[in-house]
Design a protein around this ligand. Structure first.
Ligand code: NDP
Length: 392
């Protein structure tokens, strides 16, 4: 029986993870759950899964949470604030942490889980982009394990040899190939991109996801963040991480080996496959995902990404090559710019412009520690807000 904490339980990944847990009451029990502000959903989930501890990141909502739990007859400890997330992540009562908070807000709890030696099912890619240089050593010193559940990285994990130690050369790995659906604007002319709406950007053709990652998929920044994530998780330099557009989202990613072999992982575009892989690892467990019918699918298409219409991808490669704090600056600026786009303050095409402006304003520094990374994150958010104000 594994004891699982889901940080970001009220989101899209949280829902998929809970769906897999619900299918296996003999294998998993929920130790704790967290949300940011969605108290009602959190209480409903607590009533169903009966965790020992429940946390709300917005500290102003602690009374609403405690009252709601009591009224629902849930005997769980209610906690609040960012420190509560770290407490759940390092709680000895849980052995598995699903890191499903969106954005840099997930960093503290992901790091805490790594230091505490947990099995981390990592969806929160922004934490790795911002602080891969701290997270990977924290995992090694904590003695836990990281199982990527971002579908592309989960696919790569599945295609790498068991015991892969982060050295591509030692294992004959030539390239890591990340597939990208291309998002909802794959065929949208450049002249129309400035006018697309948040609703259109969030209407992903293949995946149902939270709003922030949906916009990232539409700009291809999601793929850029994943390139940086792949660098940290698999030890490959930028020059050996490739992106190919694959509109059907059936091939979730590939690994090319020195002998000419290319291994791919295929499946439905449903996050429950990757989550079930992480929850059950090393066993394979039922995920509720339909079988893949290759004959019905008939074809798989691949093409190079359009780096002119989607400049965010190259911005991410540049940030990875600049190294140090540059990926953190990229991530923070992108979070601010996506929020501004979702709230109607800037157009879609301006997201990449704000990120580029911010990268130009803040020079990369070598990573020293968490305080420095958090200070850089704040400075990048301020710089991005100035860039947005200048364009209003
Ligand atoms: P959602 O927006 O659907 O959910 C985000 C979750 O994080 C919610 O539980 C939310 O709580 C919580 N949260 C938001 N802000 C904060 C904060 N400041 N402090 C604490 N908790 C917070 O996102 P997704 O589930 O789509 O994505 C989660 C992560 O997984 C992201 O990093 C994303 O890139 C990654 N990912 C997602 C995929 C998908 O298919 N959705 C695929 C691959 C990776 P509340 O509901 O209260 O706001």
């Amino acid at each position: 029986m594994r004891s699982v904490s889901i940080l970001g339980a009220t989101g899209s990944i949280g829902a998929s993870a809970l769906d897999v847990v619900r299918r296996h009451p003999d294998r998993f029990r929920i130790a704790s759950l967290s949300a940011h502000r969605d108290v009602d959903r959190l209480i409903a989930l607590a009533a169903e899964f009966r965790p020992a501890r429940v946390a709300i990141a917005d500290a102003g909502l602690i009374d609403a949470l405690a009252d709601g739990l009591r009224e629902s007859g849930v005997d769980a400890e209610a906690l609040a604030g960012p420190a509560a997330l770290e407490a759940l992540a390092s709680d000895p009562a849980a052995d598995t942490i699903v890191a499903a908070i969106v954005g840099a807000a997930g960093l503290g709890s992901t790091l805490a889980a790594a230091r505490a030696g947990k099995r981390i099912l990592l969806a929160n890619k922004e934490a790795v982009v911002l602080a891969g240089a701290l997270l990977i050593p924290a995992l090694a010193s904590g003695g836990g394990e990281l199982l990527p559940i971002d579908s592309e990285h989960n696919a790569i994990f599945q295609c790498l040899p068991r015991g892969y130690d982060g050295d591509p050369d030692r294992h004959g790995v030539e390239r890591i190939i990340l597939t990208a659906s291309g998002g909802p604007f794959l065929r949208t002319p450049a002249s129309e991109l400035a006018r697309v709406t948040p609703e259109a950007a969030c209407a992903h053709p293949n995946w149902t996801m939270g709003r922030k990652i949906s916009v990232d998929s539409a700009t291809l920044m999601n793929k850029g963040l994943e390139v940086i994530e792949a660098h940290w998780l698999f030890g490959a330099p930028a020059s050996r991480i490739e992106v190919v557009v694959h509109p059907q989202s059936v091939v979730h990613s590939l690994v090319a080996y020195r002998d000419g072999s290319v291994l791919a992982q295929l499946g439905q575009p449903d996050m429950r496959t990757a989550i079930a892989y992480g929850l059950g690892w090393p066993d394979r467990i039922e995920a509720g995902v339909a079988a893949l019918d290759l004959a019905a699918l008939a074809r798989l298409d691949f093409e190079a990404p359009d780096r002119t219409r989607f400049p965010a991808l190259d911005l991410a490669y540049h940030a990875l090559e600049a190294g140090g704090t540059a990926p953190g600056v990229l991530n923070a600026a992108n979070e601010v710019a996506v929020d501004a786009f979702l709230n109607g303050r800037i157009g879609f095409a301006a997201i990449a412009t704000v990120v580029r402006d911010t990268l130009e304003r803040l020079a990369a520094e070598p990573v020293r520690d968490i305080d420095q990374l958090l200070a850089v994150d704040r400075a990048a958010r301020d710089a991005a807000l100035r860039s947005i104000a200048e364009r209003a």
